[in-house]
Design a protein around this ligand. Sequence first.
Ligand SMILES: C[C@@]1(CC(=O)O)c2cc3[nH]c(cc4nc(cc5[nH]c(cc(n2)[C@H]1CCC(=O)O)[C@@](C)(CC(=O)O)[C@@H]5CCC(=O)O)C(CC(=O)O)=C4CCC(=O)O)c(CCC(=O)O)c3CC(=O)O
Ligand SMILES: NC(=O)C1=CN([C@@H]2O[C@H](COP(=O)(O)OP(=O)(O)OC[C@H]3O[C@@H](n4cnc5c(N)ncnc54)[C@H](O)[C@@H]3O)[C@@H](O)[C@H]2O)C=CC1
Length: 267
Amino acid sequence: MSLLVAWQLKDRRVLIVGGGEIASQRMDSILVTDASIAVIAPEHRLNSRARQLIACHHARITHHDRLFLGPSELHNIDMVLTALDDPERSREIVLMCRDARIPVNAADIPDLCDFYFGAQIRDGPLQIMISTNGNGPRLASRIKERLQRALSGGEGEAITKVGRLRTLLKQKAPGIGGDQGRRRMKWMTRLCNEWELEDFAQLDNAMMKSLLEDGWEKDRIPSLQDVGGTCSTRRYHQNFHSTIPLAVGFFVGVFTTALITFFRHRK
Ligand SMILES: C[C@@]1(CC(=O)O)c2cc3[nH]c(cc4nc(cc5[nH]c(cc(n2)[C@H]1CCC(=O)O)[C@@](C)(CC(=O)O)[C@@H]5CCC(=O)O)C(CC(=O)O)=C4CCC(=O)O)c(CCC(=O)O)c3CC(=O)O
Ligand SMILES: NC(=O)C1=CN([C@@H]2O[C@H](COP(=O)(O)OP(=O)(O)OC[C@H]3O[C@@H](n4cnc5c(N)ncnc54)[C@H](O)[C@@H]3O)[C@@H](O)[C@H]2O)C=CC1
């Protein structure tokens, strides 16, 4: 099994060796982070996506038109990803990374990887990774599709707004730990538990202000309506869906009673 972490790559340099389909997928994944990227691969064997990414992100990606030379390529590199059609060379590069104590992923040699990629779902600050620890990559992809269907699509926006609210709250009630920190965490936890996830997406600056004034300052959790929001459609649908079986049961009951009464009267 692996340790699942969200790896921060700010101010880090990632080396991608190879320029084919898998290498271009790696570029996409690393571009989401704040790392700078070096790509070593012969120009004539870059696939169209790799070519496009290198052209569009010249401030982030530096392309070196050559085969991987040796350990000198690893100078000042924090992470290495190999995606080569040459397993022997890939293995050699992994061993060079081991010597240099640089974490490495080789797309074709799971046994030698320090970490794996996984199927990813992204929505704003929300990231979900599905790992099968090398057992079934295609199944990871199918599980991703299942999870995508279960999400509303509003989660990213809700998380962004909660992030902004937490920043405002920390400005209002600063400090790390202590009584203030405990009170802050307790209030945020209560708010996140009591509101529907989608409700947070509605928060604008004015609503955040009144949430902090009427909520945080009075040590209570106002409703979404209290701060000027409207009942979320998701909650409406959930309530609506849970009402359907009750309503059907009620009408079936009324109908059956009416039938019994009707036939009794006819006798
Ligand atoms: C160990 C790992 C190393 C790593 O790359 O980090 C690895 C290794 C290998 N994959 C191979 C094959 C395929 N990989 C995919 C797809 C994905 N592979 C991904 C990750 C990983 N692949 C890591 C483990 C992830 C885990 O935990 O399961 C995903 C999730 C993420 C990503 O690549 O970014 C991405 C789906 C992304 C998405 O759809 O969202 C497909 C299907 C397809 O292309 O649709 C196939 C063909 C069908 C099949 O084999 O299942 C082979 C060749 C096997 C052979 O020769 O037979 C090897 C090497 C080997 O196993 O020896
Ligand atoms: N992890 C995964 O999800 C998957 C991994 N793979 C494996 O990933 C590897 C790469 O696959 P693709 O991108 O489809 O291959 P590809 O054939 O499209 O690209 C290979 C690239 O490596 C470059 N290259 C080869 N030797 C090099 C060297 N010494 N220095 C620099 N660049 C070099 C080539 O110029 C080319 O750009 C394969 O070994 C394949 O088995 C394949 C499918 C899925």
